[in-house]
Design a protein around this ligand. Structure first.
Ligand SMILES: Nc1ncnc2c1ncn2[C@@H]1O[C@H](COP(=O)(O)OP(=O)(O)OP(=O)(O)O)[C@@H](O)[C@H]1O
Length: 358
C-alpha cells in the first residue's frame, strides 16, 4: 500500500467543481508536484490533504489510516505557505519551536530539535533575529525549518518560492530538494511553474479544471504528453493537425497541409484526424537535400543559453530552439532547411480529460 493515497477526492462549491475525482498514490519519501494553471484546483487539493478544506467526496489515506475527516492538527502534517506565515513578534528560534511547544515537548528536546532544524536550513547564526530582519530566502527557510522540526509524515508546500526573485528561486529549488532528500520526508508541492515542477519532482500531476490530466515522471510528461493541454503546459510545443495517409508496420505517414510527415506510430488508421507534437529543440538545420520542410526565419530571440526562432513554413509557424549558434546563427528573412528525427514527432490526444498514470 502507498504511503499517501487520494481516492476519488472531490471538492464542490455549490454547483462548481474545484476538484473532481482525483486519484493519486504517493510513495514514502517521494516528491510529487501538483502543476497547472491558475484556478485548476492545486491549492484546494493540498488543503484537503492538510485538512483545512473539507472534501465533498472521496478519501485521504495516510499510511493506511483514513484521515479524510480528521482535524488538521491531528494529522500532524508540515505545511509551508506561499506567505510563509511567520509570527512577526517571535524570533527565528521561537517561530521554529512553536509547533513543538504546542505539543508540550520538554524544553531541552525542543531546543535541540530547533538547533538541528536551523542547521539543516543553514540558519544557525540567525536564531535570535526577527522575521523583519531576514531576506525573503531566509524567511522561506525559517518556514521550512518550522514545518520540518515536527518531523511530519508529509510535507505540504504551497508555491513556497513564488515570493523569491528568479536567481534566489533557482538556488532555493536546489537547496529545498537537497534538504528533502536528506530528511526523506514525503512531499507534495503546489506550483504553476513548469520548470520548477520538472526540475524538483519525482513525479508531476498535471491538472486542468479540477482534474488530473497526466501523472508521470517529469521526463515522460515532457516526452510523451498525453494530450494537447499537457504538451503546451509542460514545455513549448509545435502542434499540427493532420490526417493519416498511410500505415505500415514501421509507422504512419500523416498529411499536414499537403506535406507527408512520417511517425513511428503504427497504431493509427487511414483517414484518422490527429494532432502532432514536435518540441522546438528537436528541429535541426540541414542541407536542402535532407530537408523535411523549408522555412523562412521570421524572428530570433537570444535567451542566454540558446536562440529561439519563429520560422514560417508550409506547416505553419514553427518554434525552434538552437544552442551554440554563437552571435546569431540566422538572420530575419533567411531561408532554412529543417529536419527532425522521426521519433521526435508524437501523436497527442485532442481531448483534455484522459488521465494517464505513470
Ligand atoms: N471557498 C471557495 N468558494 C468557491 N470557490 C472556490 C473557493 N476556494 C476556491 N474556489 C475556486 O476553486 C477553483 C480552484 O481553486 P484553487 O485555489 O485550488 O486553484 P489553484 O490551482 O491553486 O490556483 P492558483 O494557482 O491561482 O492558486 C478556483 O476556480 C477557485 O475560484
Amino acid at each position: 500500500m502507498s504511503f499517501l493515497q487520494l481516492e476519488n477526492l472531490s471538492k464542490h462549491y455549490g454547483d462548481f467543481t474545484a476538484v473532481e475525482q482525483l486519484n493519486l498514490t504517493v510513495e514514502k519519501g517521494e516528491f510529487v508536484s501538483l502543476l497547472g494553471p491558475s484556478g485548476c484546483g492545486k491549492t484546494t487539493t493540498l488543503q484537503m490533504i492538510a485538512g483545512f478544506v473539507e472534501a465533498s467526496a472521496g478519501r485521504v489515506l495516510l499510511d493506511g489510516r483514513d484521515i479524510t475527516h480528521e482535524k488538521p492538527n491531528r494529522r500532524g502534517l508540515g505545511i509551508v505557505f506561499q506567505s510563509y506565515a511567520l509570527f512577526p513578534h517571535m524570533t527565528v528560534s521561537a517561530n521554529v519551536g512553536f509547533g513543538l511547544e504546542m505539543r508540550r515537548m520538554a524544553a531541552d528536546e525542543c531546543t535541540e530539535r530547533v538547533r538541528k532544524a536551523l542547521a539543516l536550513v543553514h540558519l544557525k547564526k540567525f536564531s535570535h533575529r526577527y522575521p523583519r530582519e531576514l531576506s525573503g530566502g531566509q524567511r522561506q527557510r525559517v518556514a521550512l525549518a518550522r514545518a520540518l522540526v515536527i518531523e511530519p509524515p508529509v510535507l505540504l508546500l504551497d508555491e513556497p518560492m513564488s515570493n523569491l526573485d528568479a536567481k534566489l528561486r533557482e538556488d532555493m529549488q536546489v537547496e529545498l530538494r537537497e534538504i528533502q532528500r536528506k530528511v526523506g520526508t514525503t512531499t507534495i508541492m503546489v506550483t504553476h511553474d513548469q520548470s520548477e515542477a520538472l526540475s524538483m519532482s519525482d513525479r508531476v500531476v498535471v491538472m486542468d479544471a479540477g482534474r488530473a490530466i497526466q501523472i508521470a515522471k517529469p521526463f515522460d510528461a515532457y516526452e510523451s504528453p498525453v494530450n494537447q493541454f499537457v504538451s503546451q503546459f509542460v514545455g513549448k510545443a509545435n502542434l499540427f493537425e493532420g490526417e493519416v495517409a498511410s500505415v505500415s508496420r514501421q509507422g504512419s505517414a500523416l498529411n499536414v497541409h499537403g506535406h507527408l510527415l512520417n511517425t513511428n506510430d503504427a497504431s493509427l488508421h487511414i483517414g484518422e484526424q490527429v494532432t502532432l507534437c514536435l518540441r522546438p529543440e528537436k528541429l535541426e538545420r540541414c542541407s536542402p537535400q535532407d530537408e523535411i520542410i523549408r522555412g523562412r526565419v521570421r524572428s530570433g530571440v537570444f535567451l542566454g543559453n540558446q536562440w529561439l526562432y519563429h520560422i514560417d513554413t508550409g506547416l505553419g509557424d514553427l518554434l525552434a530552439t538552437w544552442q551554440n549558434c554563437g552571435n546569431a546563427a540566422c538572420c530575419d528573412g533567411q531561408e532554412v532547411s529543417l529536419r527532425w528525427p522521426t521519433d521526435a514527432l508524437h501523436i497527442v490526444k485532442r481531448g483534455q480529460h484522459e488521465v494517464r498514470h505513470g
